[in-house]
Ligand binder design. Structure first.
Ligand code: NDP
Length: 487
């Protein structure tokens, strides 16, 4: 059986303990993984602290840091097929998506490579004649980056890229579910030539490894992606080291279709919004709000599309929906769907696991009109769409905002003035109009409310990994004035 290794202080090792990783398409063990325990976490953070303050990294110019990031981007691109295959094998995410996603993982590294030498301080027009005052943007310190199982290469790139551009060092904890691509990625970091200790990649269980990492006194910033309940643990841990946090959490995003929308286009976008990535996407448009006058017609189109989806082995390029990542995840979905049916919701299609091996669940549409259905409220993180109708714009806005989450939203209409009103009124960090699930390194990404705070992507993300130092330089040759008066 293949054995993966963790990467600490520029060295690969087996970790304090080992655990088996399961192929979600078969439910069988396929590789052995290193499990980082508290000692490994401590070694990794100390290596990152050492690399932050001593050796080649702090002496390097921002332009050279950018060149290293460019090299990493090229290596990601050159090894795209292997990385995509490992992500598919270890998480069940379909190869069609992992191979496309790896291309823009390289793009994110390129974007932050270009940004490294554009992070500037400023000169202040200070209100004292004998002073020069300016600010420096310095690295915030050692960053703990924590990612969930879905899209680990991508979700870590949006943290590693800006953190390295800003001059930070990192300890990245990959999810215990599907860490293989991240441990393989560590080999590319090594090959790119980053000084030892700048990037450390470990994996292990949340309550032990993740918790030890987030409360470690050497950590200055925690960049976390995951669920809100885990985020609450992370924030409590940050009370011990007073680390700053950026939190990219879950969502229950509304997908709003008005009667005047291009229905074929909206239906395709809705398929992308809920069935792509087998619904295991933080921005999944899992609540369809559809204008009552077109509800039946639109659901019929969606039902036909859902039933035509090719479900299969994730390594087959023709597969459109693969297995869920874990048996635990599938059991959670089964429970919420059963509770929704008990509450009176009606299954339009799907609503059950696929027979046979692997953690498959059928693409599902549930009509929740007139019912308080748990599937309409809870994040399922699977291929389950809950539908409710509305009769006017006011009602659509109220339904869209009736959630503690606020990550993404979609609005489908051909009415320009209505689109603008909706953009203003929806409480979410992203509004897609007549499109869905589009991302770019140039555009900020993040949520409101229970979907977290802080933004990934764009220049602001790199600034989040800096802290400001204010420098005062006295230009007068006169003696220091009255020491008992603050100037
Ligand atoms: P979890 O919150 O369970 O886990 C996320 C990460 O946190 C994993 O690496 C996990 O480790 C780790 N972890 C678990 N417990 C702790 C702890 N006590 N201290 C520190 N770290 C811990 O999320 P899921 O794995 O269930 O992922 C799905 C969630 O992620 C969904 O809510 C989804 O919406 C959200 N998400 C948000 C995105 C965004 O950008 N907004 C993008 C993608 C997903 P381990 O896996 O080893 O338990």
């Amino acid at each position: 059986m293949q054995r993966f290794q963790q990467y600490i202080d520029g060295v690969f090792d087996d970790g304090s303990a080992r655990f088996d990783s399961i192929d979600p398409a078969t439910g069988h063990v396929w590789v052995s993984m290193p499990e980082a325990r508290e000692d490994d976490v401590d070694r990794a953070v100390k290596a990152a602290e050492q690399a932050l303050w001593t050796g080649a990294w702090p002496a390097m110019t921002a332009s050279v840091r950018g060149k290293l990031l460019l090299k990493l981007a090229d290596l990601v691109q050159a090894n795209a097929a292997r990385l995509a295959e490992l992500e598919t094998l270890d998480t069940g995410k379909i190869i069609r998506e992992t191979s496309a996603q790896i291309a823009y993982v390289a793009d994110y590294y390129r974007y932050y490579a270009g940004l490294a030498d554009k992070i500037e301080g400023s000169t202040l027009p200070i209100d004292k004649a004998d002073m020069e005052v300016w600010t420096r943007r310095e690295p915030v310190g050692v960053v703990a980056a924590i990612v969930p199982w879905n899209s680990q290469l991508f979700l870590s790139a949006v943290k590693i890229g800006p953190a390295l551009a800003a001059g930070c060092t990192l300890v990245i904890k990959a999810s215990e579910d599907g860490p293989a691509p991240m441990l393989e990625f560590a080999r590319l970091v090594h090959e790119a030539g980053f000084p030892k200790g700048v990037v450390n990649i470990i994996t292990g269980f949340g309550p032990s490894c993740g918790s030890a990492l987030t409360r470690h006194p050497g950590i200055a910033h925690i960049a976390f992606t995951g669920g809100p309940a885990t985020a609450a643990h992370v924030v409590r841990n940050s009370a011990e080291n007073l680390a700053s946090t950026s939190l990219e959490l879950g969502g229950k995003s509304p997908f709003i279709v008005f009667a005047d929308a291009d229905l074929e286009s909206a239906a395709n976008a809705q398929v992308a919004g809920i069935f792509a990535a087998t619904g295991q996407s933080c921005v999944a448009g899992s609540r369809l709000l559809v204008e009552a006058s077109i509800k039946d017609k639109f659901i019929a189109v969606l039902k036909a599309k859902a039933e035509a989806i090719r479900i299969g082995t994730p390594l087959d390029m023709a597969t459109e929906v693969g297995p869920l990542c874990t048996a635990r995840q599938r059991a959670h979905i089964e429970n919420v769907v059963a509770a929704s049916v008990n509450a009176g919701a009606r299954i339009v299609t799907g609503g059950k696991a696929r027979a046979g091996e692997g953690f498959y669940y059928l693409p599902t549409i549930i009509d929740c009109d007139g019912v308080k259905a748990p599937s309409f409220e809870a994040e399922l993180f699977g291929p389950v769409l809950s539908v409710v109708s509305f009769t006017n714009e006011e009602e659509a806005v109220a339904l869209a905002n009736d959630t503690p989450y606020g990550l993404a939203s979609g609005v489908f209409t051909q009415n320009l003035t209505r689109a603008h009103r909706m953009i203003r009124r929806i409480r979410a960090g992203i509004v897609w109009v007549n499109t869905y699930r589009a991302v770019s390194p140039i555009a900020p990404f993040g949520g409101f409310g229970s979907s977290g705070h802080g933004r990934e992507g764009g220049l602001a993300a790199a600034l989040d990994f800096t802290r400001t130092k204010t420098v005062w330089l006295r230009t007068s040759d006169d003696p220091f004035p009255d020491p008992f008066v603050m100037r």
